[in-house]
Design a protein around this ligand. Structure first.
Ligand SMILES: O=P(O)(O)O[C@@H]1[C@@H](OP(=O)(O)O)[C@H](OP(=O)(O)O)[C@H](O)[C@H](OP(=O)(O)O)[C@H]1OP(=O)(O)O
Ligand SMILES: Nc1ncnc2c1ncn2[C@@H]1O[C@H](COP(=O)(O)OP(=O)(O)OP(=O)(O)O)[C@@H](O)[C@H]1O
Length: 478
């Protein structure tokens, strides 16, 4: 795949009315193209910036684009990172868009409006769809190519699971680390400990059973169970899009507060409606029997988790994210010390550490360590979007017993990024098996700010201290 330079394109993106609100994070709003058929825009999303404290400008946007395409893409793999193209937009377009989408936005988010003074935006492949294949991406990157390409609808009824996996590893021990908290930090993962603080602060009302170390373990069963756990407690770690529409998310992601079985049942019915799972009599109509309904819901959740785990097993995305996260070599305790020293601030006074190892580093080496740490911060907070569909709805008879062997026997997986647009034979797949087409992309690869290091240090110490003081029976993460 050819990577594009940071030229700013003047592509005509039509009227604001052609763009439908899709979702947003703290910094950006994402919209999908829903205007008249247009080979240049079909299958793409527009990512526009919201107003932010520090304010945005063109220089920052170019820096961000270069970070995604030149730093994160080589690390995570250009197969998984789609930086898109930077385009010019008018303030007028943004003002109208801001007005049109206002009522579609979650109330708590809509107080922050679009930054209508920043007249650039990004056009990116819509990762919730499967019908924007390499040819289409290439066409987007090749401004002079006017070839007509009939945008096909071969891949309908697409489910997209967006996972924010968080921290994949336990830190290594260093002499400068706070001895009082060291044992805890080396044995319990950051995500699981952070749950206690979130509970105390009221941002969640139940501790999640999801542990990132299971997802990153490489073991099919652990991975599968970690996705089931995430479905039970989606928080802000899981979103599900059905045919491009956000249909399931946790309370932290802007969704409703639900219990475990309601989460399973809701997602299960989305799988049936999306033709992923067969909607047999028991699966749809046997609602009078609550136990049966719950059992079916759980079976469907296990099926979904098995499919996602199998896709992840075929790809290197989790490994690549973990390797980028491991750029955190000194732990925030070491990084905070180096940052404070470089910036003439007070160094860690409440820690019992030995700083000899850090004091040996030159300023240049210290800066390099901090730069690498900042890359790891991006990798710790990114999300993976996995879109897939099936050619024939799957029967849910034995779905609780799915293992890696039954998956191999019954399913045929094809990454759509490997398909040539004109090659119809390959997409038919093996007729004895259910064919699953999928696509993977990583989003939210923004740079993290170095001046957040003191905040990161404080959060780290607060998380571990609270966990140590609160929890008696520690179940270790491994
Ligand atoms: O520090 P963490 O681990 O809590 O991560 C923050 C996320 O919280 P989480 O724990 O995933 O609920 C947090 O997620 P929410 O906005 O709370 O959904 C942000 O992603 C935040 O990034 P930024 O600082 O706004 O660029 C994230 O902050 P960074 O640490 O990535 O800067
Ligand atoms: N290329 C894409 N295709 C489809 N949906 C996307 C794409 N990029 C982002 N999204 C959706 O839009 C949401 C917000 O996008 P993004 O993560 O870029 O915003 P953000 O403001 O940077 O997020 P955060 O608050 O996590 O920093 C994502 O969580 C995802 O659901």
């Amino acid at each position: 795949m050819t990577k594009i330079s940071c030229d700013i394109s003047n592509i005509d993106i039509g009227l604001p009315e052609y763009w439908t609100y899709k979702g947003e994070g703290a910094m950006n709003i994402v919209l999908s193209y829903n205007g008249p058929q247009n080979d240049k825009l079909d299958g793409l999303v527009l990512r526009v910036k919201k107003l932010s404290n520090g304010g945005s400008n063109l220089e920052k946007e170019i820096e961000l684009y270069n970070f995604v395409s030149k730093v994160m893409s080589p690390l995570l793999g250009d197969k998984y990172v789609f930086p898109g193209i930077m385009i010019n937009v008018t303030s007028d377009f943004l003002e109208k868009l801001d007005y049109l989408i206002f009522n579609h936005r979650p109330t708590k988010r809509s107080v922050i409006r679009l930054d209508t003074n920043l007249t650039t935006a990004f056009l990116i492949v819509d990762l919730t769809r499967l019908d924007n294949t390499p040819t289409q991406i290439q066409r987007l990157h090749n401004k002079n190519n006017n070839n007509n390409n009939n945008n096909n609808n071969k891949f309908s009824k697409v489910i997209c699971i967006e996972i924010k996996p968080k921290w994949a590893f336990l830190p290594k021990s260093h002499k400068y680390m706070n001895k009082e908290l060291l044992d805890m930090k080396l044995n319990k993962c950051r995500y699981c400990m952070h749950q206690e603080l979130k509970l105390k602060e009221g941002s969640i009302n139940e501790i999640s059973s999801y542990c990132p170390l299971d997802l990153f373990s490489g073991d099919f069963e652990r991975q599968k169970q970690s996705i089931v756990n995430m479905i039970h407690h989606p928080q802000n770690n899981l979103k599900v899009y059905c045919d491009g529409v956000l249909s399931f998310t946790g309370s932290l992601g802007g969704g409703m507060e639900r219990n475990k079985s309601t989460n399973s049942n809701l997602l299960s019915s989305l799988l049936i409606n999306s033709n992923i799972v067969e909607g047999g009599y028991d699966n749809i109509y046997n609602n009078s029997n609550k136990d049966q309904q719950e059992e079916n819901g759980e079976k469907n959740i296990h099926l979904l988790s098995s499919i996602i785990s199998s896709i992840l097993q075929r790809e290197t995305i989790l490994e690549n994210i973990k390797n980028a996260q491991l750029y955190d070599e000194m732990d925030i305790e070491g990084i905070y010390y180096l940052y404070s020293k470089l910036n003439g601030g007070e160094v860690n006074s409440n820690s019992s550490g030995d700083y000899e190892e850090l004091n040996k580093l030159t300023d240049e080496e210290a800066k390099e360590k901090i730069d690498r740490f900042m890359i790891s911060c991006t990798a710790k907070d990114c999300s993976i979007m996995i879109s897939f569909n099936v050619d024939i709805p799957i029967s849910n008879n034995n779905n609780n017993n799915i293992n890696i062997d039954t998956i191999k026997d019954h399913f045929n997986f094809i990454n759509t990024i490997d398909i040539d647009d004109n090659d119809d034979t390959i997409i038919i797949g093996n007729s004895n098996k259910t064919t699953i087409h999928y696509k993977i992309g990583v989003v939210d690869l923004d740079t993290k700010k170095m001046n957040a290091i003191p905040k990161y240090y404080k959060l780290d110490q607060d998380i571990v201290r609270l966990y140590k003081s609160n929890v008696n029976n520690i179940k270790l993460c491994k």
